[in-house]
Design a protein around this ligand. Sequence first.
Ligand SMILES: [Zn+2]
Length: 300
Amino acid sequence: MTQQQPWQWDEPTWRGHVGRVRAGRPLRPASWPGGARVAVALSFDSDHETPALRDGEVLPGKLSQGEYGARVGVPRILRLLERFGAPSTFFVPAVSALLHDGEVKSYVDAGHEVALHGWIHERNTHLPAAAERDLAFRAADTLERLTGTRPVGIRTPSWDFSDHSLQIIRELGLTYDSSLMADDDCYEILADGEPTGVVELPVEWIRDDMPYFMMDRFGSLRPYTPPRGVLSIWRDEFDVALAEGGIFQLTLHPHCIGHRSRISVLTELLEHIAAQRGRVWFATHAQIVDHVLNGKDLPR
Ligand SMILES: [Zn+2]
């Protein structure tokens, strides 16, 4: 039998595809802790060398670009987060954590969360289910050994969510995922229409540094948005989140945002956010998910 083209699918087929993994019950709290008007969820994906290694790139040039993230980006970011008193989440591939001795421990010691981001930044949709599962469990064991705490959340590498990812997340017993994009606020993930109990804290490429700044020497990919243009996009994202009483979530990469002209932009953004004083709650992804599930709602 020849495979049907999408235009030939009957209604149960296209409904079935859409329904495999879907946004369920919205989890927007009536209020944030301390009477804050907005929750700020900063995240840093400490990929460092792993995307290059994943692609079999083993020559020094590309690897040194990743190494910059650990040597220069991470210390700059940790100083900045300390200045603003901003607990954040670091999603770390296990190989990256193993390459940089003590790094994940330094995150935890500074009050940040460490969460799953694959083994070697693998592309889940290219893997058989058994391999994806094995790498995810090895990564969880590795981060637990290095930090002393079992991770409760995951961001699939490159937000590459396979047909098996949700099942593996459930087998791992994780509380939340942060790789999908169906809302600005948290929601419960449905699997084939059934509630899973897994919370999504959504991401978006708009609030990720890589699409704005990435370049490819031998391809045609060049950054086209100046850092201060990116600042104005993120500031607008924050201002509307504040007006709506929602979440402002950012996905940043130490080897990308850690450079001088870009950390300046992140600094200005945090100054803009911190100027709201008592109206802002800086929290890790796990703390936000815990609040939307269990928090006592305070009157606004
Ligand atoms: Zn990553």
